[in-house]
Design a protein around this ligand. Structure first.
Ligand code: ZN
Length: 62
């Protein structure tokens, strides 16, 4: 399942694939728009979701 962030500056939707969510979003603060290349703050709920996904992944690999 992919996730979508809408750019605060130009409104362009940016699809976020699952592995980016899992590996990157929990440590990242912002993500750059593909269209206008401006930074967007990653919403807190997505960071929390990302951290959960990351933890789950690590639990399974033990
Ligand atoms: Zn934009």
């Amino acid at each position: 399942m992919d996730y979508i962030i809408f750019c605060d500056h130009c409104g362009m939707p940016k699809p976020i694939v699952e592995h980016i969510m899992r590996e990157y979003f929990w440590i990242a603060q912002q993500v750059y728009c593909n269209n206008c290349e401006k930074p967007n703050q990653i919403p807190k709920y997505l960071q929390e979701l990302s951290l959960e996904m990351h933890k789950e992944r690590n639990d399974k690999s033990d």
